[in-house]
Design a protein around this ligand. Structure first.
Ligand code: NDP
Length: 277
């Protein structure tokens, strides 16, 4: 099997384009699930303080026996910690829970446009970046008008913007804005939590190529250039979702799947979401 390609972020750091997501994996199951992913070959793990499973992700990385620098780990600042001092402390806790002395990528999880000011939160992430304990910083669920303020009012361009992207929500506007400013797009819920897998266009393409609908959908994401990290607690699916490099979609396949867009979110609207746990 060909190896996972890397994407070079705007500060020169390289990130594997395919990783493993850990949202909704219960803490007691996370160590085993993450370890399985690492044994299958994944070298990029996406977690968050909000998921409550950073400790178990860190345990799995150590138990895998892999050198720390061989595994790219992302975590995210939770919504209750947007004030500067809270953000600095939350990052310390994230590192301590993971049991790491550095993190690869730290993101503002949600912009919370009606709570506090995400530009001040971004400045706290810049401070953390300058401390040398994180290799790259970015944002998640930012719309272009949120990013515009970050670009205009601060000195650091986010390395990534992690947003919901799948065939029913292709996000061409946000992805184009990201690309124009050197921000890599990370696609969360890349198979829409399973919702797109019985779509006739996707199942037809899968049948023609002798692949599964999930593989076709993830391959569509990779060929569009986005970074993905599907989640599964089922070993055979973890393997299936990693086996994406022995086939290719035609340009017509990519266009046909992109045409399935129906602006259908599985998660919250970033302009309205103000949830603080
Ligand atoms: P995904 O699109 O990855 O779908 C996961 C769901 O699909 C699970 O129910 C899983 O079930 C099932 N599944 C996985 N693989 C297959 C397969 N090959 N065939 C059929 N079903 C399959 O959804 P997520 O929401 O988990 O998104 C991926 C990651 O993105 C998250 O884990 C998280 O890391 C990140 N994320 C970030 C957000 C943000 O706000 N920044 C928000 C949401 C997610 P099972 O486990 O039973 O196999």
């Amino acid at each position: 099997m060909d190896t996972v390609p890397s994407i070079t972020l705007n500060n020169g750091v390289r990130i594997p384009q395919l990783g493993f997501g850990t949202f909704q994996i219960k803490p007691p199951d996370t160590r085993e699930a993450t370890l399985t992913a690492l044994r299958v070959g994944y070298r990029h793990i996406d977690t968050a303080e909000m998921y409550g499973n950073e400790k178990e992700v860190g345990e799995a990385v150590r138990e895998s026996g892999l050198p720390r620098e061989d595994v790219f780990v992302t975590s995210k600042l939770n919504n209750g910690f947007h004030d500067r001092d809270d953000a600095l402390k939350a990052f310390d806790r994230t590192l301590a829970d993971l049991g790491f002395d550095y993190l690869d990528l730290f993101l503002i999880h949600w912009p919370l446009p009606n709570v506090g000011d995400f530009v001040e939160t971004w400045k706290a992430l810049e401070e953390i970046y300058r401390s040398g304990r994180v290799r790259a910083i970015g944002v998640s669920n930012f719309q272009p008008h949120h990013l515009r303020r970050v670009l205009d009012e601060t000195a650091t361009v986010p390395a990534v913007n992690q947003i919901e992207v799948h065939p029913y929500l292709t996000q061409d506007g946000v992805r184009a804005f990201n690309a124009e400013h050197g921000i890599a797009t990370e696609a969360w819920s890349p198979i829409a939590q399973g919702k797109v897998l019985d779509d006739p266009t996707i199942t037809r393409t899968a049948q023609r190529l002798g692949r599964t609908p999930a593989q076709v959908t993830l391959r569509w994401q990779l060929q569009r250039g986005d970074i993905v990290f599907p989640k599964s607690v089922n070993r055979s699916r973890v393997e299936e979702n990693f086996d994406l490099f022995g086939f290719e979609l035609t340009d017509q396949d990519v266009a046909a799947i992109s045409a399935l867009d129906r602006h259908d979110r599985t998660g919250p609207d970033p302009d309205k979401f103000n949830y603080i746990p």
